[in-house]
Design a protein around this ligand. Structure first.
Ligand code: PLP
Length: 390
């Protein structure tokens, strides 16, 4: 947060609460009401008239006191104008793209985005008449050469899913803005604790709150955090679409945010400890971790981020499928699972899909999500499994 704003630790402890809502209770309740009642017809009509405004209590799908408090908190943490909460991270991505694109428009997408983001672009957006073009995530200001008058959105991630390149966020955001396109950044990895993309010129930052923000592998929630120019567009799209964050998940996200900074610092340290050790093992060809000097875009990470999450990739030397399976199955402290950012360590082999920039690295790419276990125990577990790779 900037010098004028309160320290992040204070914001995480104090935002998102409201005496008018919760009375004496420190936490907002789980608001389980679809119907909201009005004593007088005129009050109802006023709410209906104003239903698109954040904070207007009209009907459960439009939000409730707790979801509005969470949205205001997320907007404040990102230094944004407003936030719209949705049912998961993927709808945060897809609805932001739906809002920014239209038939006949050109959408630029970084080649290393989360695979379902790619799937949505190639199937749904393309079917509705948008032209999708993938770009090298390290293109920086060179993105200008791909911009067209009809380019309406630039979608990217920092760092990229699976391969962890860190793009030049301000350069890409500037090109998008100069060309009249909405820039959308998936900032799930860093959370507002380690990066605030709106402050770097991005228009919209999307988050899967199912990861670090929830932090306990239970909530499914997403956020679209916007600058002033894009907020109305995004909120109206989400409301028109009819998506919303569930009340239980709103509660879990508010609870998760209270400890987010502590957990991010812990996974940063534990992740670095495990990654450093892995980098020295003979079976390892390369680490894909933004905090390491040989990671593409490491200089951008140093400039624009305040830390590193506990999710990184390891490129192991080439081995057979049977050896890879034997290694993963021999790990006792790492479960196999697609999500990340929870309390438990996870492992997942990944195969990057590229169309603009071929992925030509030899070897097997494995993603590690470091949780809150003792890092030395995690290292000992990997050490006993590594011989399976030959
Ligand atoms: C970078 C990134 N963005 C978005 C998502 C989607 O989030 P959710 O699972 O909450 O839909 C994921 C999930 O793995 C992700 O890794």
């Amino acid at each position: 947060m900037s010098a004028k704003e309160p320290p992040l630790a204070n914001a995480l402890a104090h935002l998102g609460r409201g005496p008018a809502v919760a009375g004496r209770a420190i936490n907002l309740p789980i608001e389980q009401s679809s119907t909201l009642l009005f004593d007088r017809l005129a009050e109802f009509e006023a709410a209906r008239e104003d239903r698109y405004s954040q904070g207007t209590l009209y009907y459960g799908r439009y939000g409730n006191q707790a979801s509005f408090a969470l949205e205001r908190m997320m907007a404040a943490l990102e230094g944004g104008h407003g936030c719209v909460s949705v049912s998961a991270g993927l709808p945060a991505v897809t609805l932001a793209l739906m809002a920014a694109a239209k038939a006949g428009s050109h959408v630029l997408v970084a080649d290393n985005v989360y695979l379902p983001t790619r799937g949505f672009c190639d199937t749904v957006l393309a079917r509705y008449g948008a032209e999708i073009e993938y770009f090298d995530p390290m293109i920086g200001a060179g993105l200008a050469t791909l911009m067209r008058p009809e380019t309406s959105a630039v979608m990217f991630e920092a760092p990229g899913s699976g391969t962890f390149e860190v793009p030049d966020i301000p350069a890409i955001a500037r090109v998008a803005r100069d060309g009249g396109a909405v820039s959308i950044l998936d900032g799930t990895w860093a959370t507002p604790v380690f990066c605030r993309p709106l402050q770097l010129g991005v228009d919209v930052v999307v988050h899967s709150g199912s990861k670090y923000i929830g932090g306990h592998a239970d909530a499914m929630i997403g956020f679209i955090v916007c600058n002033e120019a894009t907020y109305e567009l995004m909120r109206r799209m989400v409301l028109a679409f009819g998506d919303r964050a569930g009340s239980q998940d709103v509660f879990l996200a508010l609870r998760g945010l209270r400890t987010l900074e502590l957990r991010m610092k812990q996974v940063q340290e534990a992740g670095l400890t495990v990654a450093r050790w892995l980098g020295a093992q003979p079976q390892v060809r390369k680490l894909l971790h933004p905090a390491f000097a040989d990671c593409p875009g490491h200089e951008h990470w140093r400039r624009d981020f305040g830390g590193a999450a506990g999710l990184f990739g390891v490129l192991f030397r080439p081995c057979s499928d049977a050896q890879l399976h034997a290694f993963v199955d021999a790990l006792a402290m790492f479960s196999v699972g697609v999500s990340w950012g929870g309390f438990e360590s996870l492992v997942l082999p990944v195969a990057p899909l590229r169309t603009a920039t071929p992925w030509s690295e030899a070897g097997r790419l494995v993603r590690f999500s470091i949780g809150h276990e003792d890092p030395d125990s995690l290292i000992a577990d990997i050490a006993q499994a590594l011989p399976q790779l030959g």
